[in-house]
Write a protein that binds this ligand. Structure first.
Ligand code: KG4
Ligand code: ZN
Length: 295
């Protein structure tokens, strides 16, 4: 609440425009943390009313997908997008800027959650994804965590989280599937301290192989070879590398947004608002933000 007015003022100033140059007011309607959505939504409605401009409600996850259109070359339609964030893991088939279908998604934890929960087990602060990425660059993926067996295009990360927990509780001495043989907390901590880089590299390698293997499956099933990534986890350096390398090996055209357009950002909301404006997709002033929403 304290920041919304200064942030909008700064953005307008930086853009070199004035409020009267703006054709519509786009805002994130869902999904997300309800407090943040309420502040943004209320401010957008007030601005739209006072300027007499149309209000445009944007879907947070669709906006992540459209972040791929912010830079040149942009992917041609149709394209597939692996959207990986703190709350979502989806494969989206995008036919146009306003037509998208989720063809695969997580049945439990999101990929970002797998990073963040692993970081917590390792005693690292939130959000843990960027830290695991950093330490992974210094280590080797010598520990082999299991890949979940799921036939369709859906994902599951909760089993991986459990196997990492057991692995750490056994200080890496026992089979990762087994719960027993719990070591004392001092031994556990020492094991983590001495092997942090290799543990991070191993966890990261497995999360990425789960994501890339499902993408390969989605390309085979749909015949679509324009492949994008989006969402906070697409800032991960090894995921970016793996997608580029897989694309070269399999003849895909791959698209990876710049770092600043991977994590939550306002530009992706603006470009979604732009396409919805062109499609006359406006919202009534009484529209309410919602914390969870599929599409
Ligand atoms: O899309 P996002 O900014 O926020 C939403 O969840 O909507 O994504 C945040 C997630 C967090 O789970 C964070 O740990 C993860 O993205 N993340 C990363 C990296 N940077 C951010 N995960 C792995 N490697 C990274 N470099
Ligand atoms: Zn997000």
């Amino acid at each position: 609440m304290e920041n919304i007015v200064p942030v909008v003022d700064a953005a307008i100033k930086k853009s070199g425009l004035s409020l009267k140059d703006i054709d519509g007011i786009a805002f994130t309607q869902a999904p997300g943390l309800i407090g943040a959505l309420l502040v943004g939504g209320q401010f957008a409605k007030s601005l739209a009313l006072s300027l007499n401009k149309p209000l445009i409600a944007v879907h947070h996850m669709q906006a992540h997908v459209l972040a791929n259109l912010l830079q040149e070359p942009a992917p041609a339609f149709p394209f597939l997008c692996l959207t990986v964030s703190g709350g979502h893991t989806q494969i989206v088939l995008c036919s146009s800027p306003t037509s998208m279908k989720v063809i695969g998604e997580t049945i439990d934890d999101a990929a970002g959650e797998a990073f963040d929960k692993t970081a917590k087990l390792l005693g690292l602060p939130y959000p843990g994804g960027p830290l695991i990425d950093k330490y992974a660059q210094l280590g080797e993926a010598i520990y082999k965590f299991p890949e979940p067996k799921i036939d369709n295009l859906n994902f599951s990360f909760s089993g991986l989280k459990t196997s990492i927990l057991y692995f750490l509780n056994n200080a890496g001495t026992a089979n990762v599937y087994k719960e027993e043989l719990i070591v004392d907390t001092k031994v556990r901590k020492q094991f983590i301290d001495e092997n942090l880089n290799n543990i991070c590299a191993s966890v990261q390698e497995r999360i990425i192989s789960i994501l890339i293997n499902k993408l390969k499956k989605a390309v085979l099933q749909t015949g679509i070879t324009n492949v994008c990534v989006a969402g906070g986890v697409s800032a991960n350096s090894d995921l970016r590398k793996a997608l580029t390398e897989t694309g070269i090996a399999l003849g895909w055209k791959t698209f990876i947004p710049a770092f600043e357009y991977c994590t939550d950002n306002a530009a992706m909301i603006a470009i979604s608002g732009y396409y919805q404006y062109l499609a006359n997709d406006f919202s009534p002033i009484n529209i309410a933000p919602t914390a969870s929403s599929s599409f």
